[in-house]
Design a protein around this ligand. Structure first.
Ligand SMILES: [Zn+2]
Ligand SMILES: [Zn+2]
Length: 300
C-alpha cells in the first residue's frame, strides 16, 4: 500500500511484518526507493521498471529482499555493509547466524528457512552496484537528501536526511517498542547511542523508520527515550547479576526480560543472547562485571 507523505514522498507500507519492512518512494526525476523489503503484495501502485535508484540503509534481509523486482535500478549501500551482501557465507557471518548452533544448543534447526532464504535465492536476489559515503548529498531532481552514517545497528547503517523538509528516514533506528536491536556481528550498543545522538542533533521535525507506519512528528522525546533504553538494559543486567550473588552465563540470563519483554520466536532468544554478550562486554570495560570463567559473569 502506498501512503502519500509530503509532496514527492510516499511510504510503501508492507502487508507483512517480521522479516519485511516499510520503504520510502521518492517520485522525482530520478525515481528512487529507500529499501525494497516490503512484502510482494505491497507494490501494486509502483511500476517496478520505472525505478532508477535504490538506496539501502543497511544490509539486513528485511530491507533488501525484493531487490530483484527492480531490474533497471542502480543499487547503493554504505561500503561497510556491502561485503555482507557479496555472498551467502558473508551474509550468515555478518548476521551472526553462524553462531546459532553454539548459542542455541537446544534448538538446532534450519533457522535460515524461517526467513524463506536459501543460498541460490539469496545470490539471485541481491546486487549492489555502488556505495555512498557519510555526508554525501544525493540530488534526485526537486528532492535532495543527505547520507548520515549511523553505525550501531550494523557497521554501515545510514539514515537519510531531507534538509528541505527537515524530515528523516531513520531505517532501523526503528523507534518500535522492541528496539534498539544490535545483535549482528558488527553491531555495537555504544555506537548506537552515538548515532542516535547524531540524529537528535539534526533536529528533525518528523521521522519515519523502516518498521513504523505512522510519521513521528516532534520526535525528540521519542528518540531520547529510545536511546536511553540501551542504558536501562545495562542497568537491568547489572542489577540482575548483583541480586544473583553467583556467576551466571548468558544462557541463564536470556529469557528473563533483561532486554526483551516478550519472546514470540526463538530468534528473540538468540538475539537477546547476542546482545547480552555486548552489554556484558560494556559492563566489564567499566569494571562493574567480572568474567570469572569463560562465559560466566558476576557483578563486582
Ligand atoms: Zn536491520
Ligand atoms: Zn529492519
Amino acid at each position: 500500500m502506498l501512503k502519500r507523505l509530503d509532496g514527492r514522498l510516499a511510504q510503501v507500507v508492507s502487508e507483512a511484518g517480521f522479516t519485511y519492512c516499510n520503504c520510502l518512494y521518492i517520485d522525482d526525476d530520478v525515481k528512487t526507493l529507500i529499501e525494497t523489503g516490503a512484502s510482494d503484495n505491497s507494490w501494486s501502485e509502483i511500476d517496478a521498471d520505472s525505478i532508477d535508484r535504490i538506496l539501502y540503509t543497511h544490509h539486513h534481509i528485511d530491507h533488501i529482499r525484493g531487490n530483484d523486482r527492480f531490474k533497471k535500478a542502480v543499487t547503493s549501500i554504505h561500503p561497510l555493509d556491502a561485503l555482507a551482501l557479496d555472498n551467502f557465507p558473508n551474509f550468515l557471518h555478518y548476521n551472526s547466524i553462524d553462531q546459532w548452533n553454539e548459542l542455541m544448543p537446544d534448538n538446532v534447526y534450519a533457522n535460515v528457512t524461517e526467513m524463506n532464504l536459501a543460498p541460490d535465492s539469496f545470490e539471485k536476489m541481491i546486487k549492489v552496484n555502488g556505495t555512498f559515503e557519510d555526508g554525501e548529498i544525493i540530488d534526485l531532481g526537486a528532492t535532495r537528501l543527505q547520507v548520515v552514517h549511523t553505525p550501531g545497528h550494523s557497521a554501515g547503517h545510514c539514515v537519510f536526511w531531507f534538509p528541505d523538509q527537515e524530515f528523516l528516514f531513520s531505517g532501523d533506528i526503528c523507534l518500535t517498542k522492541a528496539g534498539p536491536w544490535y545483535s549482528e556481528l558488527y553491531a555495537d550498543p555504544g555506537q548506537m547511542i552515538d548515532s542516535i545522538n547524531k540524529v537528535i542533533e539534526l533536529k528533525p521535525k518528523s521521522v519515519l523508520s523502516s518498521h513504523i507506519t505512522k510519521l513521528v512528528i516532534d520526535p525528540m522525546p521519542c528518540l531520547k527515550e529510545y536511546r536511553d533504553r540501551i542504558l536501562k538494559r545495562d542497568d537491568n543486567i547489572y542489577n540482575f547479576l548483583k541480586q544473583q550473588k553467583k556467576p551466571e552465563t548468558i544462557h541463564d540470563m536470556a529469557g528473563r526480560r533483561l532486554i526483551y519483554k516478550i519472546y514470540p520466536t526463538m530468534w528473540v532468544i538468540f538475539w537477546e543472547k547476542l546482545m547480552l554478550i555486548k552489554h556484558l562486554e560494556r559492563l566489564k570495560q567499566v569494571g562493574l562485571v567480572e568474567e570469572v570463567e569463560k562465559d560466566s559473569f558476576i557483578a563486582c
